[in-house]
Design a protein around this ligand. Structure first.
Ligand SMILES: O=C(O)c1ccc(O)c(O)c1
Ligand SMILES: [Mg+2]
Length: 630
């Protein structure tokens, strides 16, 4: 697989773009003309910089409004092309992209366009160059790759070929099987982009909302299967026009890009094994069986606070690490690890973020395979020295530099609790209020990071994304993207904060970066859990009385149920598949959220419709009178 990316896809100046692209492991770049025009060296300098960075220049683009012109515009277009051929010569690239004309004076006619391309092919051949033709989805006469291919076919010139761009084909829902019969030698390059399913003007959609394959909703894999069926094995070149990427972190976006291509071709290979795909052997996306543990990093004072809080939720302090200052709290299948070591990863994490979740442990089908796949997708494996008698738990870096550890049943990793912890007898049995497992983990991040982590989780694990949901905070919108596996044993929510005054934004600002903000625990009978917690002195987050009047009216609830909800400060939601009950603890620290939920039937959501009211309640709780408004 040969990978390339258009310079428009990455933020920064030309040198920044090159550095990020090269570091992410791409083989080449497409030079978007504006990036060259903005660059303050010669085209030869730009070409040298790219080659010095180890990058081929795979394409120079775009050349616009060429075909179908009447005279005198036609002759001028050829003159313009010759000027750009000069630039390409200096740059050191041999392929130019001509996109279909949007000129109001352009005339239609496949043969007219074919004749123009034949002549352009002659001129390109004299210079040792090639020209590829791409159908823009909004082209005036040509907006379908099948028409562009017919023009290229009739131009019948070795230096004229077709350029396929997944966006233009898929945005118009053009049948991709039409690609399979195109001779591979006539496909000069393949551009790839995905996009979220939004109903809008094609040009605007393309120029602002494209994203990496796998980050959007277009069937890019099917498109790429059709391309691969031709035998095409040239560059796969990302061409991503996206407002957020233009302002994003160049290195992170480049890594996402490379990850998206490896994942895409792996998916293509698995969907249609007969296709020739050159990729290193890699394990398939790994099945996850749940959250095995959540680890907090803190100090002694923080640990004492957490201890009180966890006891209040019915967790028993039931284990001590054999050699480290690490405590284990348990309830049902939930393991909470509290790490107060004075060195190592957890301690560094505590110094940066304060008391916070520094790691999540996932139960997976195969821990080694997970790290191997993640590594091939550009994730960062993590290792630190382990003490004698401890297990080396495979791990990678996740959101905000935190860790994802992997436990499986295949190896001795499954015995980690017995091997690494001395039981504290008695405590566990005393407590336990019916919490069974982690229902979901909410990770809060800047809005611009959401696609990065969406691709991270969906490319490494057998998971899929749920529809994006807007969570309405009184101070702004927080976008929430759930990622789930089929049996619901893994549910993650990525919450993207747009500003610092939302509860999510405040949390990122105060804890210095993206992190787990929200832990939701499942139970089987939330009313009995609520009663048991109450008996222990647990005081839930106080909801406004108006909420209960509204929820009763909205769902037509029986008055008794509404009263029970009100008595327990419980929240309620319902969808076509089931019901959802939520009980919140008061916010902890700078907005950390513990929640208890019960799903009845097959409720699919996370209570987004309750979010405005619960966030308002949380903010009231966090802002004692006289404190500045959040
Ligand atoms: O938006 C455009 O104009 C444009 C230009 C060149 C391309 O390759 C493309 O896909 C779109
Ligand atoms: Mg394109």
């Amino acid at each position: 697989m040969k990978t390339s990316i258009a310079t428009v896809s990455i933020s920064g100046g030309f040198a920044d773009k090159l550095a990020a692209i090269a570091e992410a492991g791409f083989d080449g770049i497409e030079i978007f003309e504006n990036d060259l025009v903005a660059f303050d060296g010669s085209p030869a300098d730009a070409g040298k910089m790219a080659r010095d960075a180890g990058l081929a220049i795979t394409l120079f683009q775009p050349f616009r409004d060429f075909e179908g012109l009447p005279e005198p515009q036609r002759s001028r277009a050829f003159d313009r092309a010759e000027r750009k051929f000069d630039v390409m010569h200096e740059l050191g690239t041999e392929l130019m992209l001509v996109c279909s004309s949007v000129s109001p004076v352009a005339l239609g006619g496949i043969d007219r366009a074919a004749a123009d391309f034949r002549e352009l092919g002659e001129r390109a051949a004299r210079r040792g160059l090639r020209v590829g033709y791409e159908a823009l989805a909004w082209g005036k006469h040509v907006n379908d790759h099948r028409d562009a291919w017919e023009i290229v076919r009739r131009a019948d010139h070795p230096n004229i070929g077709l350029i396929l761009d997944s966006f233009h084909t898929l945005a118009r829902r053009i049948d991709v099987s039409s690609i399979r019969s195109i001779p591979k030698d006539k496909i000069f390059i393949v551009q790839l982009a995905d996009a979220p399913a939004i109903d809008m003007d094609l040009l605007y959609w393309s120029r602002h909302f494209r994203n990496m394959p796998g980050e959007g909703d277009l069937p890019v894999r099917e498109f790429m299967q059709a391309v691969s069926a031709t035998g095409y094995d040239g560059y796969l070149s990302l061409e991503i026009f996206n407002d957020a990427f233009r302002g994003g972190a160049a290195r992170a976006i480049a890594i996402d890009g490379r990850r998206s291509l490896v994942n895409l071709m792996d998916q293509v290979h698995r969907a249609e094994p007969a296709l020739q795909v050159t990729l290193p052997e890699m394990p398939d996306r790994v099945a996850v069986h749940g959250v095995e543990f959540v680890e907090f990093a803190t100090d002694r004072a923080g640990a004492a606070e957490l201890d009180r809080f966890l006891h209040g939720l019915g967790f028993g302090h039931c284990g001590l690490h054999v050699s480290k200052s690490v405590a284990l709290y348990r309830q049902g299948k939930i393991n909470i690890v509290v790490n107060t070591e004075k060195e190592g990863f957890a301690h560094s994490s505590f110094l940066v973020h304060g008391t916070s979740v520094c790691a999540i442990g996932l139960k997976v089908e195969d821990a080694q395979a997970t790290v191997e796949r993640a590594r091939l997708l550009g994730a960062e494996p993590f290792e630190q020295p382990v003490g004698s008698g401890e297990l080396l738990i495979p791990a990678i870096r996740g959101v905000g530099g935190s860790l994802l550890y992997f436990i499986d049943d295949k190896s001795e990793l499954s015995r980690v609790w017995d091997v690494e912890f001395r039981p504290l007898k008695g405590n566990a049995a005393l407590l336990a209020d019916g919490l069974t497992r982690v229902d979901h983990v909410g990770q809060t991040m800047d809005h611009g990071e959401m696609l990065t982590w969406l691709l991270f989780y969906t490319s490494i694990f057998q998971t899929r994304k749920a529809p994006l949901v807007d969570v309405i905070d009184p101070s702004g919108i927080v976008r929430s993207q759930a990622i789930e596996n089929d049996d619901g044993s893994l549910r993650l929510t990525l919450n993207g904060a747009g500003n610092r005054r939302t509860l999510a934004g405040h949390f990122i600002a105060e804890s210095f970066g993206s992190n787990v903000q929200h832990l939701a625990f499942a139970c089987d009978d939330i009313f009995s859990t609520a009663a048991a917690l109450k008996a222990r002195g647990f005081e839930p987050l106080q909801m406004s009385p108006n909420y209960y009047d509204d929820v009763e009216a909205r769902f037509g609830l029986e008055p008794e149920l509404a009263d029970r909800l009100r008595d327990h400060n419980m929240l309620y939601d319902r969808d076509d598949f089931g019901e959802y009950f939520q009980l919140y603890a008061p916010t902890w620290g700078e907005g950390f959220i513990f929640e208890i939920v019960e799903r009845r039937g097959n409720y699919t959501g996370y209570g987004a419709s309750n979010a405005p009211f619960r966030i308002a309640a949380q903010k009231r709780h966090m802002r004692p009178a006289g404190m500045p408004r959040l």
